[in-house]
Design a protein around this ligand. Sequence first.
Ligand code: FES
Length: 285
Amino acid sequence: RTEHRVYKITKVEQLTETIYLMDVVAPRVANKCLPGQFVIVRGSEDGERIPLTICDYSREDGTITIVFQVVGAATEMMKNKKAGDSFADFVGPLGCPSEFCKEDIEELKKKKILFVAGGVGTAPVYPQVKWLHEQGIEADVIVGGRNKSLIILEDKMKKVAGNLYITTDDGSYGSKGVVTNEIQKLVDAGNKYDVCVAIGPMIMMKFVCKLTKELEIPTVVSLNPIMVDGTGMCGACRVTVGGEVKFACVDGPEFDGHKVNFEEAMQRQQLYKTAEGRAFLAAKE
Ligand code: FES
């Protein structure tokens, strides 16, 4: 360790009961990052590494906005941090930027793009929609959640989306139903999408892909499997895409959703939750 950096938190906002937003000073990451990329953070020196997609960035302020849901001990610890506290580690930008960033803007302008965001997956969708908006491209966005308390970043999204559609499974906000109902509705209403980007829980992405395959809309998903080193060495983030082994941290996190083996990805995610499961996976590989 040649240098000890401190990644100071400048803002903490509780978005819902379990979802938090933080601005963190990380000038080197803020300078380089593009939509679609992620960071791996550690709350303390010996803390667990948590991969988080970048929700927003300010090159001027040198800050990165992260959004996370409290799901276990490590994120529980993170949520107790206040403005002025810092992260021990903040590594990034990791992964490949979104495909859009590489495309010719004039070609991109001809495309009709639909984003489908589920719960905390709205965070990584936001910078992509914002980036497109800055290029003069207005994308349609569906944001869905189980209930109202899981709908986040609505105001920010409204400012950059062409049309914003909100759905909740229980009908507590927006239209009642799941995101796939909304996709079907939009297509039935005559919208012709050239590409769909779906980011959210694995199960949501699986069902979105099933539908968009039937509708013949090419679909990109952003996978957020368990990650450990984030450098392609440990194999924790292994996924199968089109029959080939890929590592989400270096080959992704975005993949062709119609080729992802979601069954396997979901099974691995479950197994990784327990020590026995991790040992089982380690023995198999
Ligand atoms: Fe270790 Fe991707 S996180 S290989």
